[in-house]
Design a protein around this ligand. Structure first.
Ligand code: MBD
Ligand code: FE
Length: 311
């Protein structure tokens, strides 16, 4: 019978010491979490006979992920951000909190404090007028009883035709394809934008290096992110994933969900095009409504405290 070194009293004491159990300073919560993490890593190393070379390779790769600011990208790729949603869904169901638009992951590319407008916003800076298909987005925010929610903030962000996001792609203008729109008295919001392309992980970066070593791609379907918030309603973090994309149900970040698929319907109608101020060319329409749950506590109205750009 082999004795597990990680289970000996000596190593158990060592883990407690390393996690700060032998002092009165610091954060009790961090100590609890770190104790568990160190224990699990030790078990993994011992059980799977992790070699010294593998251990230091992992350290090097984690350093690279951090140096490229890609932890917010790698972890959704390893399904962890989606798992947080699955956990919250299960907790909600246990207490009978159902209904409303499903949540799905925020992802790493939000920028806070996008320009705010009433009822309507044009989201694109016209820089892709020659190559992009104009997209008219519209919908209503209601509560779970079907009543319109006036004054809700619909905070939208999405990629350009290259699949890249302003701020992170410094070649784009500030807040391009990022807007906050307040719903009107009927709960309606409208936006003019462009059809985004799907997103792909930087093929040269450490996240794709890891995904490739797992035999996986780093592609997301074309999608539009959204936060919807309103007084007395529960904050919603979600996305509209566009129907017809080859990655719709093969998303490296596992964000597509039933109820979150939208159709950007192409319209070839010169009159309708001109009515939109276009020159008669093709455009697309996307109708998408959001249903908010009631907030049980004031905290429910707020998004997570995740550190974000721009706030
Ligand atoms: C994205 O655009 C995205 O939405 C997610 C979840 C991860 C990486 C890029
Ligand atoms: Fe995205």
């Amino acid at each position: 019978m082999t004795v597990k070194i990680s289970h000996t009293a000596q190593v158990q004491d060592l883990i407690k010491e390393a996690a700060g159990f032998n002092n009165e300073q610091g954060s009790p919560r961090l100590k609890q979490l770190m104790h568990r993490l160190i224990s699990d890593v030790f078990k993994t190393i011992e059980d799977l006979e992790v070699t010294e070379d593998e251990f230091w390779l992992a350290v090097d790769r984690l350093n690279k992920v951090g140096a490229h600011t890609e932890f917010g990208l790698l972890l959704p790729g390893l399904s962890m951000e989606h798992f947080m949603d699955l956990l919250q869904d299960a907790r909600d169901e246990q207490v009978g909190l159902t209904g409303g638009t499903p949540r799905t992951i925020e992802g790493p590319l939000y920028v806070a404090n996008a320009p705010l407008s009433e009822g309507f916003a044009r989201m694109d800076d016209a820089s892709e007028d020659d190559v992009a298909t104009p997209l008219f987005i519209s919908g209503t925010v209601t509560n779970t009883e079907g009543k319109p929610v006036a004054g809700a903030i619909v905070d939208l962000w999405h990629a350009n035709t290259n699949g890249t996001y302003s701020y992170f792609d410094q070649s784009q203008s500030a807040f391009n394809l990022r807007r906050r729109i307040k719903t009107d008295a009927q709960g309606n919001y409208r936006a003019r934008s462009i059809i985004p392309s799907g997103y792909g992980v930087d093929p040269q970066g450490p996240t794709q290096e890891c995904l490739s070593a797992l035999g996986r791609h780093g592609q997301r379907p074309a999608h539009i992110h959204v936060f919807v918030s309103a007084p007395e309603h529960r904050h919603l973090t979600s996305q509209i994933n566009l129907d017809g994309d080859q990655y719709l149900w093969d998303d490296f970040a596992y964000a597509t969900r039933d109820g979150l698929v939208g159709e950007a319907r192409l319209v070839n109608d010169a009159e309708a095009s001109k009515a939109h101020g276009l020159d008669g060319r093709q455009f697309a329409e996307l109708a998408f409504d959001f249903v908010l749950q009631p907030a049980a506590t004031p905290d429910d109205e707020l998004r997570s405290q995740r550190p974000r750009v721009g706030q």
